[in-house]
Design a protein around this ligand. Sequence first.
Ligand SMILES: C[S@@+](CC[C@H](N)C(=O)[O-])C[C@H]1O[C@@H](n2cnc3c(N)ncnc32)[C@H](O)[C@@H]1O
Length: 246
Amino acid sequence: MRNFPAGKVNLIVTDPPYNASNGGINLPNNKTGGAYYKVNEDWDKLGNYSSYLDFTRKWSKETDRLLVPTGSIMVCGSLHNIGEVIIALKELNYKFINLITWKKTNPMPSITKRTLTHSTEFIVWFAKGSGWTFNYKNMKKYAHGKQLKDVWEFPVCQGKERIKGKNRRAAHPTQKPLEIFKRLIEMASNESDVVLDPFIGSGTTAIASELLNRKWVGIDNKKEYIEIANKRIEHLRKNKKLTSLV
Ligand SMILES: C[S@@+](CC[C@H](N)C(=O)[O-])C[C@H]1O[C@@H](n2cnc3c(N)ncnc32)[C@H](O)[C@@H]1O
């Protein structure tokens, strides 16, 4: 990001590592990625609270330089990391617009039976300054003509939408539902705007941006994920619509 020109990005939509991989979890018969679905990735291990906060401060300082003064940033998180994300963005003196709760309609069960079933994730929406884009009227279509609230119900990404690898398991362990990212982008940017995702993974932000006629920039430090994202984008462009990549 250090080589990118300053002040060219209208919206950042991103899903950084949550720092949630701690030995990983195995879920027999989970449908998201095959018989077993495991979240235990080296890229998701960023140490204790203070090193994760440091990591978040570093990347958000870079994205701050790239964002236009009227730009917004949307960051996904869970109980593992959302606190640090909020602190880092508040330190940049951004305005906290909304804390969106994603209520999962098909959450993974609590296999330890020592906690409530985790059935939510969050998306924080911060504006860099005043004059941020909010397509208020347009968003009412998602609420039967009423004001759109900040709790959104969506299933975890699975079935045909979920990109599979050669072994028929999920190609990316944390692929996000496309509909959530489409809604975020539609809500806080306009056609031809530039959307940046510095942790693009399987390319969900890019696909959502293409479908909504936004320009986009995606970054990931794993070559295999960039290949998946590129394949997904090529597939979309060739077919001019979203079809299964499975
Ligand atoms: C939570 S995943 C994003 C998933 C994505 N939203 C999707 O739908 O596929 C986070 C991504 O950040 C990438 N990543 C981790 N650390 C990174 C870093 N320092 N720089 C760039 N990418 C990084 C990982 O490879 C991973 O693909």
